[in-house]
Design a protein around this ligand. Structure first.
Ligand SMILES: Nc1ncnc2c1ncn2[C@@H]1O[C@H](COP(=O)(O)OP(=O)(O)OP(=O)(O)O)[C@@H](O)[C@H]1O
Ligand SMILES: [Mg+2]
Length: 221
């Protein structure tokens, strides 16, 4: 079978636990699938949170798969296989702790989305990830997103958005702290499936639209 175009690849990554990587990877994968992408979402975190979410799902899309640390080096041929299968987007959820080899996944990513909570400690904890990626010449593939923000309008969100804008491109919109995210994950859904008319769903759809524009069109084979 002829290979189709290579899928676009987003990794959700920051070496800081609990910032919302899995929550956003799951809901963005669902939102992108609803927007017409043929999505495969990978759980590259040995903790297996995304796989647990996937285990609760019944529908075929997005496809979900596990990526074990010893498979990270095989990500390029795996993307070729996805191309053959006509998948258009890969979303990769990565561990909050340092796991050797994650860099191999990030290097093959068209966009690395870095979720950061609006707090001083979270900003500081995200700095090494941002610096490493920038140092590897990946600064233009980096997008920071504020997650778990307090209810708007919030001076805290504005303050941290301004600080982060000095470190890299800010994805929009900032994602607020909302129970819809927690309930959706607990039920094996994306937030746009769980509460499609809610504010959380609207934010995730808007974030997917931002990412889609930033990624640009799918490359030709
Ligand atoms: N926007 C949000 N609104 C409300 N709760 C959220 C939001 N984003 C994440 N959470 C909650 O924050 C906690 C951490 O989220 P999650 O597990 O997605 O983070 P993570 O970065 O994947 O963590 P880890 O580094 O352990 O893999 C979870 O309880 C999740 O439900
Ligand atoms: Mg996680």
């Amino acid at each position: 079978m002829d290979a189709g175009p290579r899928p676009r690849v987003i990794a959700v990554a920051v070496q800081k636990g609990g910032t919302g990587k899995t929550t956003l990877a799951a809901s963005l994968a669902v939102a992108a699938a609803q927007a017409g992408e043929r999505v495969t979402v990978f759980d590259a975190d040995p903790q297996g949170s995304l796989s647990a979410w996937a285990g609760l799902r019944t529908g075929p899309e997005p496809m979900t798969d596990r990526l074990r640390p010893w498979e990270f080096a095989q990500f390029a041929p795996l993307l070729d296989q996805l191309a053959e299968q006509g998948r258009t987007l890969a979303v990769v959820d990565t561990p909050g702790a340092s796991i050797g080899g994650v860099a191999a996944l990030l290097r093959l990513s068209d966009l690395v989305l870095v979720p950061i909570r609006p707090s001083r400690l979270d900003l500081m904890a995200a700095l090494p990830t941002i610096e490493v990626l920038a140092g590897q010449g990946m600064g233009d593939r980096l997008a920071l997103v504020l997650n778990q923000c307090p209810p708007a309008p919030s001076p805290r969100t504005t303050l941290y958005a301004a600080q982060l804008a000095g470190l890299g491109v800010m994805a929009e919109p900032a994602i607020l702290q909302r129970v819809d995210h927690q309930d959706a994950i607990a039920l094996g859904r994306g937030v746009t499936e769980h509460a499609p008319h809610g504010f959380a769903a609207a934010e995730v759809r808007a974030l997917w639209a931002w990412i889609d524009r930033r990624l640009g069109p799918q490359p030709r084979p």
